[in-house]
Design a protein around this ligand. Structure first.
Ligand code: CA
Length: 379
């Protein structure tokens, strides 16, 4: 009898233990699920890989302008493919949504999530922005990319744009440009006096000090301005781009070298809060696509400039001329002064200029015995 009672007691004890164990498991699993739900709430946007994003990209370029205007379209297509349609970017040419010179403000305010243009258009916002496009007599595309990637340049650029709620990426490069199109011959420094020329960035400041009257005009206004005499000269990019703008129709002389733009880094700007709302994989896709387009644009200009130059010379009778040494030498002197003046603006400008100059000083020592030495010996 005792054994029967003891057996019943043990069975009840086991059942109670099983029930308690189950209850404990349910509570633990419930707590875990509760925590998971809370975590998902707090980071739902960053982790949601089913959500699709439709963004606007405003640009400073005419619709489908070779290389510069095509690059943002290629970027958008690449991002859409890489993200499997989760990030869709609609590209707007200059004037479609906002004017070319309103791109910075549009992205800064968040009206558009992205912009494609050039930092030297925004020196009115931050004078040192010019250095993130090009510096007269400064680094070429290869050296510029090296500074941005491995010389601290990109970090400084991001610091400069931070107060504007913008994240910059390098997203294109023209390579060395041409000095520009002139309606008059440039035989001496005297010929620069009073010359009305479209030229942006630090090159504009240099020309001003050399006696010219520089103006900043977007591509869409250049042809008419030159045709109607608002300007006497203009620089744009190089043969491949300039041929499309038709500048040969209204200016006879095509001067080189592009002292004012030994490279032009093209920028992708992204509104900070929009970028931070993207899941991390889409953020990476934006970064990688910008980098791919950066190289692609330089490749395209390098591949196509000469054929366009031959068309300009042989079919349109353009006169190709080098700038006189006297002019180039004086412009080089002024460029050094201008750079020092940018550094004097504020502490961040000083750090940017010092970083650029130091990197340029170092990288050119290698360039001198590599690219430059090689160019001088190849047949
Ligand atoms: Ca240019």
């Amino acid at each position: 009898m005792f054994a029967g009672i003891w057996g019943s007691y043990m069975r009840i004890k086991q059942n109670v233990a099983q029930v308690l164990c189950c209850l404990f498991c349910i509570v633990v699993v419930g707590m875990f699920l509760g925590c998971s739900a809370n975590n998902e709430d707090s980071t739902s946007t960053a982790n949601d890989r089913t959500k699709t994003y439709s963004w606007k990209m405003v640009t400073t370029w005419p619709k489908n302008l070779p290389a510069l205007g095509v690059a943002p379209e290629r970027f958008a297509s690449m991002v859409e493919t890489m993200s499997d349609g989760r990030l869709n970017v609609k590209v707007y040419a200059a004037g479609e949504l906002v004017g070319a010179m309103e791109v910075f403000d549009s992205v800064s305010s968040g009206a558009a999530e992205m912009g494609h243009g050039a930092a030297y258009y925004w020196t009115g916002k931050a004078p040192a922005a010019a250095l993130f496009t090009t510096v007269p007599f400064g680094m070429n595309a290869q050296e510029m990319n090296a500074w941005l990637s491995y010389g601290g340049g990109l970090e400084l650029w991001r610091e400069l744009y931070e107060p504007f709620d913008l994240i910059p990426f390098v997203c294109g490069n023209s390579g060395v440009q041409m000095a520009g199109w002139f309606n008059v011959e440039i035989n001496s420094l005297e010929d620069l006096k009073g010359l009305k020329m479209r030229i942006p960035g630090l090159g504009a400041e240099v020309m001003k000090r050399a006696g010219a009257a520089p103006q900043l005009l977007p591509a869409v206004e250049i042809f008419t301005s030159l045709q109607t005499g608002v300007i006497d000269a203009t620089e744009w990019v190089g043969p491949y781009n300039d041929l499309t703008l038709g500048l040969y129709q209204i200016a006879k002389y095509y001067y080189y070298p592009g002292w004012h733009e030994p490279n032009a880094a093209i920028e992708l700007i992204v509104n900070r809060s929009a970028f931070e709302q993207l899941p991390t994989d889409l953020q990476k896709i934006v970064e990688v696509a910008a980098s791919a387009i950066n190289q692609d644009m330089l490749n395209e200009f390098t591949a196509r400039n000469n054929a366009a130059l031959q068309t300009l010379l042989n079919e349109h009778g353009v006169e190709l001329r080098p700038l006189p040494d006297e002019v180039v030498n004086r412009l080089r002197e002024i460029s050094a002064e201008i750079l020092d003046e940018v550094a004097a603006n504020d502490p961040l400008s000083k750090r940017i200029v010092e970083s650029y100059k130091q990197f340029h000083h170092e990288v050119r020592q290698w360039s001198a015995i590599s690219e430059e030495a090689y160019f001088n010996v190849r047949e």
